[in-house]
Design a protein around this ligand. Structure first.
Ligand code: GDP
Length: 309
């Protein structure tokens, strides 16, 4: 990528896309192309075709996706599979047709089998059944990986894929019905603190283990791969550290400064029991995350307060 390369960041209004734009700007790239979903509906093949024809991007970060937490995935199953399949198919096909030099597709750690051996290596893809709560989303993300591989195999395209672990940070979704666990807990504890509520309710048993990465680190990893990685195998991007939802809840409680009790609602789903990625491949290329969980949580809470509180 040259400093003035035409770089399209699809999904720049989302948490991941906006972090990638911040990183590219910081690195001095001068020709970053963005479109809101109102300007360009990536589910519409004609609109995507027209955009690639006119704008001729040379590099594409495919960070646009319909995303959400455990309840949103479980409830809006049709939207999660349809929107994501359409976005990926349209953008990847147009990228091939219009001669994009390199494309990076963003997947998710939920592509792996529900009971995959931990930590999960890239080669355990498609070795077992998926977690039911997010199966439609996972199937769409697996299709994205396979699109990149197929266009590489048949047409020689330099299309690569990165699989981030669970993310959080600036630009996260704080809608309690749709969000992931970290923004949900930041908001719940904050509102309980303000209203001096005696307790806050956390979904599930608190036992599931998750790995979390600050989104600016993920963006750094994506730009690193765009510069340094050209192989067919997709790449996990994780921190290598996992934590129970219960311990995470107590840390966020401390960051927010809530004094009341934490109640676990066993009527809500736990999801997959454990989801730690093996990030040996990206580490071997010389990349590591920089932000510790606690520092990322403090920063995320500051963003939440400045944007919503
Ligand atoms: P997942 O990694 O796909 O399961 O996505 P989430 O981030 O939505 O959920 C992670 C874990 O946190 C699950 O075990 C949830 O049950 C648990 N959790 C606890 N409280 C909440 C909450 O208020 N919102 C969400 N989204 N998850 C919660």
């Amino acid at each position: 990528m040259k400093q003035d390369s035409r770089i399209f960041v699809a999904g720049h209004r989302g948490m991941v896309g906006s972090a990638i734009v911040r990183k590219l700007e910081l690195d001095g790239f001068t020709n970053i192309l963005t479109r809101s979903s109102a300007e360009l509906d990536l589910r519409n093949q004609n609109e995507v075709e027209d955009f690639f024809l006119r704008q001729k991007p040379e590099f594409v970060f495919l960070a646009a996706a319909h995303v959400g937490g455990i309840m949103a995935n479980k409830t809006f199953r049709a939207e999660f599979i349809y929107d994501n399949l359409m976005i990926e198919a349209n953008v990847i096909h147009a990228a091939w047709k219009h001669g994009v030099s390199k494309l990076l597709f963003l997947g998710s750690s939920c592509i792996y089998p529900r009971l995959a051996p931990q930590p999960m290596r890239e080669d355990c893809l498609l070795t077992g059944l998926l977690e039911d709560t997010n199966e439609p989303y996972a199937i769409a993300k697996i299709a994205g990986i396979k699109l990149c591989e197929a266009y590489r195999d048949q047409h020689g395209c330099n299309f690569i894929s990165a699989m981030p672990t669970n993310l959080f940070g600036k630009g996260d979704n704080y809608d309690l019905q749709k969000s992931h666990v970290i923004p949900a807990l930041i908001r719940k504890f904050h509102e309980a603190k303000i209203s001096q509520s005696p307790e806050t309710v956390i979904w599930g048993s608190g036992a599931p283990l998750r790995e979390f990465m600050f989104v600016d680190d993920l963006a750094d990893g994506c730009v690193f791969l765009m510069r340094n990685y050209d192989d067919r195998l997709f790449v996990n991007i994780g921190t290598g550290t996992e934590i129970t939802i219960k311990d995470l809840a107590y840390i966020i409680k401390g960051v927010v400064g809530f004094d009341g009790e934490v109640i676990f609602d066993a009527g809500k789903p736990d999801g997959t029991p454990r989801k730690l990625m093996d990030s040996t491949l990206i580490y071997s290329l010389g990349w590591r995350h920089k932000t510790e969980l606690i520092d990322g949580l403090v920063s995320a809470y500051q963003h939440f307060k400045s944007e919503f509180a």
